[in-house]
Write a protein that binds this ligand. Structure first.
Ligand SMILES: O=C(O)CCC(=O)C(=O)O
Ligand SMILES: [Fe+2]
Length: 279
């Protein structure tokens, strides 16, 4: 399996990109409209947030899931026992956020959300007819004005050596949502599982944008678009002393959107969050 970056501005970008999503569950874009400076500035200011005690004033609300998730409550991936070695912050436009960091995230959220709607349009355009007839409405309209779309700022702290033996930064999992948009992180570690079961490094070149299918799009497309398993492995050697910051935007449909005969977006999300043990 190969994961090659698609030039966002190429004539056949949409086709190549959707082909990659279909084949691997992942697509990598270069020359895309998200400014790298915006991403870098967020990495810098949020590293400072995670390094400060201030974060403890923003502990997440259980009911609404916004705010800071300390490493002590961090997710246990479906089917795993050990907690991931990470802490993170869930930003929603309506949710809690330190005042001095809010504008920066709001700007990024809007820019990445816009791009995501374009990419959903591409997916729609290149869905074969027997797949698109399964969509209860257009994919881009599923997320239009959605208040559920989630921006997660993730901090994987340096390893101290006292981690539990099997714990890793992010254990193998699939994303719950429709589509995830992820700028290349400041350190490597993200891997995707190929059809043959081997783990493949996701190209993390500076400025790349990584997009992957989540379970909701797999559900809505009757399995045509695969929600591919991925993980973040621990650094080795000198890199163990480095933090890693990443910034996935999880596109979530409006709660009443019908995904399939079995599920609305709301019923699907509730089921998955219960399995994760965060509600
Ligand atoms: O940190 C990363 O690169 C990926 C994070 C991820 O897969 C997730 O939070 O769902
Ligand atoms: Fe993920």
């Amino acid at each position: 399996m190969k994961l090659e970056a698609v030039d966002f501005n190429a004539d056949n970008a949409a086709e190549l990109f959707v082909e990659s999503l279909r084949e691997t569950g992942f697509g990598v874009l270069r020359n895309h409209p998200i400014q790298q400076k915006m991403v870098d500035d967020i990495y810098t200011s949020w590293q400072a947030f995670f390094d400060s005690e201030e974060k403890n004033n923003f502990v997440y609300n259980k009911g609404t899931q916004d705010g800071f998730f300390p490493s002590t409550v961090s997710e246990v991936a479906k089917g795993h026992k050990k907690k991931d070695i990470k802490e993170y912050f869930h930003y929603y436009p309506w949710g809690q956020c330190p005042a001095h960091l809010k504008q920066q995230l709001a700007d990024y959220y809007a820019a990445a959300g816009n791009l995501a709607e374009t990419l959903l349009g591409w997916v729609e355009q290149y869905s074969p007819e027997d797949v698109s007839k399964l969509y209860s409405q257009t994919l881009s309209s599923m997320v239009e004005n959605s208040e559920q779309t989630l921006l997660r700022v993730l901090h994987y702290p340096p390893l101290k050596g006292d981690e539990e033996p099997d714990a890793i930064r992010a254990a193998a999992h699939e994303d719950i949502n429709l589509l995830t948009i992820l700028p290349a992180a400041n350190e490597p570690g993200l891997q995707v599982k190929g059809k043959d079961g081997n783990w493949i490094d996701v190209p993390c070149d500076f400025g790349n944008l990584i997009v992957n299918i989540g379970d909701m799009l797999q559900e809505a497309s009757g399995g045509y678009f695969p929600s591919t398993t991925h993980r973040v492995i621990n650094p080795q050697g000198a890199d163990q002393t480095k933090s890693r910051i990443s910034l996935p935007l999880f596109l979530h449909p409006n709660p009443d959107v019908v995904l399939s005969e079995r599920h609305t977006a709301k019923s699907y999300l509730q089921e998955r969050l219960r399995e994760l043990g965060v509600i």
